[in-house]
Design a protein around this ligand. Structure first.
Ligand code: FAD
Ligand code: UDP
Length: 367
């Protein structure tokens, strides 16, 4: 189409942020034009059947979890769900342990027989109290002490971020709880489920509205000068929007190595296995655990963190946040432009948090 779209709201990015705003505005009677530079909708939550007929997540494992009934109900308008509670094991010296660290992890690792109170006493004895708790190193040492830190966290974090835990803000490691009970679920949110027919189908339903037009394979950079929307919603990297005028905002990337294993019903005992100390990858995920799909073979993905490539993670450290704030100040001065989402807000958001941010952004635009 030509870009004479004066009346339109233009949305850059068809991930959670862009698609939720699109739907909300469309329902409020606005005409919405969504573009994405990728050849598909759903952003990093995109899933599809691989060449062997197994439903996979192209950009790594996406497990939906939230404590917000409002957000769960909102998405339930576009999908039915399959209940799923994610479990993770970590491999140390060839042996697998429950992760996050719980009582069973302690008992198996140290050959102990602690009960819940005993596990609490154990952690109290090994922890290195830190005050204030500012970095990810502080968080972990403060809760589980040096040995567990070195076994489970130090090298995984170095691999994942290319940084020391002491260089990352507390919030990164604080994503991972420590438990004295034997709960081995990765998340304990009230709502934990996978879209029954996959994320892409959910996005198709969300974007299926007479006021929404979606155009794929279009880079904002190539069309921005000809766009004249009444309002622009931008969900890409904020530094790119401002043509890197203050320099690059670091985002961490990943290389996904997908594999299909014909004739293998089950490759590993849980959805994800973490390898903190070995290999170039951080973790292996087997999708059939998450989707419940029946298939004679199985498909897995290994995640190799890297500096270059598509931006997947904002990197939470003080100097990056200071740079982000400079871009944010520019963003605040842009008339009729809304910046929302994990890349535009430079926030380590989970999917439900992006939905929440997008609903708030849409409300503000509608006024
Ligand atoms: P994105 O999904 O990144 O969408 C932004 C879109 O904008 C992209 O499609 C991009 O192509 C497009 N775009 C960017 N620049 C341009 C441009 N110039 N022109 C046109 N289009 C552009 N969250 C969970 O809750 N649970 C999980 O288990 C989970 N696992 C994750 C695993 C991995 C490996 C990663 C990377 C993230 C995970 N997340 C998870 C986080 C989740 O992916 C994000 O919170 C969510 O997808 C962010 O949505 P978004 O719309 O902000 O961004
Ligand atoms: N982490 C770790 N060891 C692990 C798993 C996680 O040290 O086995 C740390 C690491 O710094 C990681 C952070 O905890 O980046 C958050 O982990 P999470 O699984 O939430 O990361 P994501 O799924 O977002 O990649």
């Amino acid at each position: 189409m030509g870009y004479k779209v004066m009346e339109l709201v233009c949305i850059i990015g068809a991930g959670f942020a862009g698609s939720v705003v699109a739907r909300e505005l469309a329902e409020a009677g606005r005409r919405v034009h969504v573009i994405d530079k990728r050849p598909h909708i759903a952003g990093n939550a995109y899933d599809e059947y691989d060449a062997h007929g197994v439903l996979i997540h192209n950009y790594g494992p996406h497990i939906f979890h939230t404590n917000s009934e409002r957000i769960f109900e909102y998405l339930s308008r576009f999908t039915a769900w399959r209940p799923y509670e994610h479990r993770v094991r970590a491999v140390l010296d060839g042996k697998t342990y429950p992760f996050p660290i719980n009582r069973d992890t302690l008992n198996q690792l140290y050959g102990l027989n602690l009960d819940e109170a005993g596990a609490a006493v154990f952690l109290e004895r090994v922890r290195e109290p830190r005050d204030p708790v500012l970095t990810s190193e502080d968080v972990v040492l403060n809760s589980v002490g040096r040995d567990l830190y070195e076994k489970f966290f130090l090298n995984y974090t170095r691999k994942q971020w290319g940084l020391e835990p002491s260089q990352l803000k507390a919030g990164v490691a604080a994503r991972i709880p420590v438990r004295t009970n034997t709960d081995d679920r990765y998340f304990t949110d009230t709502f934990q489920a996978m879209p029954k027919d996959g994320y892409t189908k959910m996005f198709e339903a969300m974007l299926d509205h007479p006021n929404i037009c979606v155009e794929l394979g279009v880079d904002f950079e190539d069309v921005r000068d000809s766009l004249r929307p009444a309002h622009l919603v931008y969900t890409g990297p904020i530094d790119a929007y401002f043509r890197y005028c203050y320099g690059r905002l670091p985002y961490r990337s990943l290389r996904f190595e997908h594999a299909h294993l014909p004739g293998v019903q089950r490759f590993q005992e849980v959805g994800t296995v973490n390898y903190p100390n070995d290999f170039g990858y951080t973790r292996i995920t087997e999708f059939k655990h998450m989707t419940g799909q029946q298939h004679s073979g199985t498909s897995i993905v290994r995640e190799y963190p890297q500096a270059e490539g598509d931006p997947y993670y904002p990197i939470p450290r003080a100097e990056n946040e200071a740079l982000f704030q400079r871009y944010e100040a520019l963003a605040a001065r842009e008339k009729n432009v809304t910046f929302v989402g994990r890349l535009a807000q430079y926030k380590y958001y989970n999917m439900d948090q992006v939905v929440g941010a997008a609903l708030a952004a849409a409300k503000q635009i509608i006024g």
